[in-house]
Design a binder for this molecule. Structure first.
Ligand code: HEC
Length: 104
């Protein structure tokens, strides 16, 4: 019964697109979890890795709209496109997360 309830709540509030990016404590998509799942292998948790030797995400100068563009459509065939993998909510959450790790 508990699981049934959980399932119903999940469908109502998140559509269950990718439950593992939802923070169980807040019930909202967590940018940190999105980053952990999709980006950390190349960029490192704080954006400190030099993906492809080119850029450390923590030093990006991109504005939010450019970040969104890059995440959705990729860059230079090196950065994958995430258009089909991330929901709007996940994209916004991961952009917010990137903004918390950027060192100006
Ligand atoms: C397979 C490795 C790989 C993964 C996974 C990956 N990236 Fe990248 N990303 C790259 C590479 C390589 C570049 C540099 C592309 C270039 O400049 O030619 C890059 C560049 C970027 C840039 C542009 C930064 C700048 O200032 O030019 C952003 C933003 C970015 N990645 C965000 C993300 C996010 C968010 C995720 C997860 C949703 C992610 N990346 C996952 C490899 C990856």
């Amino acid at each position: 019964m508990r699981w049934l309830l959980f399932g119903a709540t999940c469908v109502l509030f998140t559509g269950c697109s990718s439950p593992s990016t939802v923070d169980p404590e807040t019930g909202h998509v967590s940018g940190e979890l999105v980053f952990q799942r999709y980006c950390v292998s190349c960029h490192g948790m704080g954006g400190q890795l030099k993906a492809g030797g080119k850029i450390q995400l923590q030093h990006t100068k991109m504005t939010d709209s450019l970040l969104r563009q890059t995440i959705l459509y990729g860059k230079n065939n090196a950065m994958p496109a995430y258009k089909k993998m991330l929901s709007d909510e996940e994209t916004t959450a991961v952009i917010n997360y990137i903004n918390t790790v950027i060192k100006k």
